[in-house]
Write a protein that binds this ligand. Structure first.
Ligand SMILES: Cc1cc2nc3c(=O)[nH]c(=O)nc-3n(C[C@H](O)[C@H](O)[C@H](O)COP(=O)(O)OP(=O)(O)OC[C@H]3O[C@@H](n4cnc5c(N)ncnc54)[C@H](O)[C@@H]3O)c2cc1C
Length: 455
């Protein structure tokens, strides 16, 4: 059971009575019914790649883990309808591959795609690197099937693009992190597979220049930008230091790098020429310092290799207090400047390490402590909370959020209380009570306990 009781970053350890591996929706329903009857908490689990303590049980050990990995069948792929029906335990990379096999694209893409599952992606409303063009998981699904906390099966597996027949129930489950029911299958949206792409890593001297470059590239390639990722110099150096086979991508060292990809029907050489033309003026003005455009699939993979290994490199480097904030994209420079100054004043031992989805306004802003400094920190929970509030308060002041794509899990409950309006929290708690009156579905995740209902 051990692998199912600890999270990917080995920060959260739990206990459980058992781990269940159902192979069908009917089996999930039976297990849930049994648990409801005996009031046994259920901790749904997909690929267990959650970075916010959402996928492992608590330390009390009175519940079961329900892992979906045996429900991993691609049930149908319809290229004409641009949709596919999959079980929730399908690994994301498997789904991408099945779409490609019929010349279609399933655009969700993230570093954990070789392990995370569609059910987990839906339960967390995952984001990833292609949100700018294709949206997050909520935008990529047409229908779902879920087992409710009493064991009832709700089949909402419709492949409709339009359906205004009452409340959109699937959206209740998307992003609910397993607290309202277990997602067992989904109808996903597919897209035409872009024929060609151009990928580049661009070095810029300041965060302001990174933001204007992002805006220029989107104007220069209308609707074609499928990735606009930001990588700080500190982050690039960690990947080069800790991840084998990482070549330095550019001779020029710059404070910031933008990894961008455009995909469309034009041939790659034409897109590459257009990008070169677009970069000419900012290069001449010193707003871009250097750039490399991938000229082969191998080079493209080398650039993405850097982006996809940041989390692994960060884990190896030290204790990173990670923040998954979002602000309106134009406010990213302001956020970065304020966070940098606040961290330098209050936590001198912390190095800012930044990576994120520049085009969406979503940054993973990490206060990195060396293993030694962290070991010497007397009150670790207090230090973590102080760093968190520093960063989250800045995001909140700029109209942002403390949780953009990773979810709440077990570690952000206090932030829910601090930053969510009480009326919004009360509404969520009322929904939870209605759908899961016994409170057995992923307890202690997402929401603080509700105050007792008035008599
Ligand atoms: C290297 C790395 C890179 C990452 N990059 C990104 C990124 O770019 N963007 C991003 O959004 N996330 C990212 N993540 C976080 C993580 O991969 C996503 O949150 C992913 O969607 C989780 O899927 P999973 O199958 O691993 O779910 P798990 O971690 O197993 O579970 C996550 C939550 O969903 C619930 N859950 C899981 N399956 C179901 C189900 N079938 N029904 C109901 N509830 C369920 C669990 O109870 C838990 O609350 C990254 C993680 C790693 C390790």
């Amino acid at each position: 059971m051990e692998a199912h009781l600890v999270d990917w970053r080995k920060r959260h350890f739990g206990k459980a009575l058992a781990v269940a591996f159902p192979a069908s929706t009917a089996a999930v329903a039976q297990i849930v019914k049994l648990c409801a009857h005996h009031r046994v908490p259920i901790y749904p689990q997909g690929g267990n790649t959650s970075v916010c303590g959402g996928s492992v049980p608590d330390a009390a050990g009175g519940g079961i883990v329900l892992n979906l990995r045996r429900m991993n069948r691609i049930l149908s792929v319809d290229a004409r309808d641009n949709s596919m029906l999959v079980e929730a335990g399908c690994v994301l990379a498997q789904v991408q591959e099945a779409a490609r096999a019929v010349d279609r694209l399933f655009p969700m893409s993230l570093g954990a795609e070789g392990s995370c599952q569609i059910g987990g992606n839906l339960a967390t409303n995952a984001g990833g690197t292609a949100v700018l063009r294709y949206g997050n998981m909520r935008d990529l699904v047409l229908g779902i099937e879920a087992v409710m906390p009493d064991g009832t099966i709700w089949n909402g597996l419709r492949a409709l693009r339009k359906n205004n027949s009452g409340y959109d129930l699937k959206n209740l489950f998307i992003g609910s992190e397993g607290t309202l029911g277990i997602i067992t299958a989904a109808v996903l949206k597919l897209f035409p597979l872009p024929q060609h792409n151009v990928t580049a890593l661009i070095a810029v001297p300041s965060i302001e220049d990174a933001a204007s470059l992002a805006s220029d590239l989107q104007s220069g390639f209308p609707g074609l930008v499928s990735a606009m990722e930001l990588i700080s110099s500190s982050e690039l150096e960690l990947v080069i230091r800790h991840i084998p086979d990482t070549a330095r991508p550019l001779p020029t060292q710059a404070p910031w790098y933008v990894l961008t990809e455009m995909a469309g029907a034009d041939d790659a050489a034409a897109m590459s020429d257009r990008l070169t033309d677009l970069l000419e003026a900012p290069l001449a003005a010193g707003r871009v310092l250097d750039a490399t455009i991938a000229t082969s699939e191998r080079q493209r993979q080398q650039l993405w290799h850097i982006r996809h290994h940041v989390t692994e490199a960060n884990v190896k480097e030290g204790m990173g207090i990670t923040h998954d904030i979002a602000v309106p994209p134009a406010r990213i420079p302001q956020f970065v400047r304020l966070a940098e100054a606040a961290l330098a004043t209050r936590f001198v031992n912390a190095t800012p390490v930044v990576v994120g989805h520049l085009g969406d306004g979503n940054l993973h802003y990490i206060a990195m402590f060396s293993h030694g400094d962290w070991a010497a920190t007397a009150d670790k929970p207090a230090c973590t909370a102080a760093v968190n509030h520093l960063i989250y308060d800045i995001a909140a002041e700029l109209g942002g959020t403390f949780s953009a794509e990773h979810g709440i899990g077990s570690i952000h409950i206090a932030e829910m209380e601090r930053y969510k309006p009480p009326s919004e929290l009360a509404l969520m708690q009322a929904m939870k009570r209605t759908l899961d009156p016994l409170g057995i579905m992923n307890p202690g995740r997402v929401l603080p306990p509700a105050p007792p209902a008035a008599a």
